[in-house]
Design a protein around this ligand. Structure first.
Ligand code: NAD
Length: 436
């Protein structure tokens, strides 16, 4: 049985809208504009999976390589019932920009399978993960395209995929995938790297604004891998976390919350059952907090609103209701381009995804290096290298925003697209063929 069909593509169009300002400001060769207009490779696959009841189901999946101008494609794999070809292409486009912003020798890639993984048994999930890798094996590889975790995928799933790839190529080729378990060549510090990097970007902004952590209130939408580690580390650094939410709802405590016990409570049942996914929520069982909806969380009066769930959470319909002073995007694409304009008009700054969440791909890059060299680093070394790289790139973006009087997002795009354009020119552009 095939899964349902795609809605009309619109996300990629919205994402491309952001290139307009960048192309107006950068002297970019026509080749670059043309190349960035569409992905280099889009593969759609049908993944047959034998279910536990004996029935055969075919799941639709994708792997998209947006561009490989700066190196092999790099990007996560998402398991979600709402995944579409358009979404995967858009996410791969953002990965291309992000890897360039972070100065990594990678292009952009992304993958996804349209499935509600929480409805599968552990065995079905493993067969699906291995089936996905078999379906895309011809187009991935350490020098070609390197997948990683994203929404609803994690080190366990990366381990299954890495093992399947090893079976296919008949050798250990660990650098084909990152975000693996430590026992299978994963990097120390990878699990929390996205949250850690996002906190560093926030800290840098706060320093430049002369703002103290202890006087800064924070609401976090999305309490998964990225959102939890951000909230935990931000709480440790003294920020006041006043609200958290997941797909089932949110909680609000104006005096502040400690995210660690909330996470432990949420994951208690999963650990007992040795389950891949957590079925529980931040909602329920916390006397210290009032339950709120996700819509209410987005409209809370806080200093920082952190978006760490999914795309399109703030659009032109609710951008007018945001009362935060700053938005920190940890999710990819949580603010639409129309909402960007409304927020800018209202003086609400946005620290954009392509900068704020790049800690994850930076440590994935470290994992790739460690796999290829066979030299494994301790956690302090990983964190120090992450911090140095992020400090340099985030400072460059924030300085550029100040010098050019543009938003942080436009500055990040100028920084990243400028690097892609430079690499394209080094490869040879239409200018080399001009007769003038
Ligand atoms: P995850 O699956 O671990 O967590 C997602 C969280 O969002 C879950 O808590 C889920 O319940 C919640 N959620 C889903 N819909 C929601 C809604 N409507 N309102 C509130 N919460 C909702 O995924 P993750 O790895 O933490 O990724 C989250 C986002 O961060 C994604 O956009 C992903 O692309 C981005 N990201 C993740 C990484 C990484 O290393 N994990 C790196 C870069 C970017």
């Amino acid at each position: 049985m095939a899964e349902d069909s795609d809605p009309r593509p619109a996300q990629l169009e919205d994402a491309h809208a952001r290139l307009k300002t960048v192309f107006e400001r950068l002297d970019v060769a026509e080749d670059v504009r043309v190349r960035l207009a569409q992905p280099a490779l889009s593969l759609q696959v049908g993944i047959p999976v034998r279910m536990d009841d004996g029935q055969l189901r075919v799941f639709t999946g994708w792997r998209v390589q947006y561009g490989t101008i700066r190196g092999p494609a790099k990007g996560g794999v998402r398991f979600h019932p709402a995944v579409t070809a358009d979404e995967v292409s858009t996410l791969s486009f953002w990965m291309a920009i992000k890897c360039a912003v972070a100065g990594l020798p990678y292009g952009g890639g992304k993958g996804g399978v349209r499935v509600d993984p929480k409805c599968l048994s552990r065995g079905e999930l493993e067969r699906l993960s291995r089936g996905y890798m078999r379906a895309i094996a011809d187009v991935v590889g350490p020098d070609r395209d390197i997948p990683a975790p994203d929404v609803n995928t994690n080190p366990t799933i990366m381990g299954w995929m890495a093992d399947e790839y090893a079976n296919i190529v008949r050798r250990h080729d660990l650098a084909v995938i990152t975000g693996k378990p430590l026992e299978l060549g994963g990097s120390r510090g990878r699990v929390e790297s996205t949250g850690r990097g996002a906190l560093q970007v926030l800290d840098l902004w706060a320093q430049r604004e002369g703002r103290e952590a202890a006087r800064t209130t924070v609401a976090v939408q999305g309490f998964g891998n990225a959102g939890y580690h951000f909230a935990r580390l931000a709480h440790q650094a003294g920020y006041r976390i006043v609200a958290l939410s997941d797909s089932k709802g949110g909680i609000h405590a104006p005096d502040g919350l400690d995210p660690e016990p909330i996470w432990a409570h949420k994951h208690e049942r999963r650990k007992l059952n040795d389950a891949v996914y957590c079925e529980d929520s931040v909602v329920g069982g916390h006397d210290c907090a009032r339950e709120i909806s996700n819509e209410e969380l987005l409209a809370l009066e806080v200093d920082v609103l952190v978006l760490a769930a999914l795309e399109d959470q703030i659009d032109e319909r609710n951008a007018g209701e945001v009362r935060a002073g700053l938005i920190l995007e940890i999710a990819n694409g949580p603010v639409t381009s129309k909402a960007d304009a409304i927020l800018a008009q209202r003086g609400i700054a946005v620290l954009p995804d392509v900068l704020s969440n790049c800690g994850g791909v930076i440590v994935s890059y470290f994992e790739w290096i460690q796999n290829r060299s066979g030299d494994y680093w301790d956690e302090d070394c990983v964190n120090l290298r992450l911090s140095k790289r992020l400090e340099a790139e985030a400072t460059a973006v924030m300085d550029l925003a100040a010098v050019e009087s543009v938003s942080f997002r436009d500055a990040a795009y100028l920084h990243g697209v400028g690097r892609i354009a430079d690499a394209q020119s080094q490869r040879g552009t239409c200018r080399d063929f001009s007769t003038g």
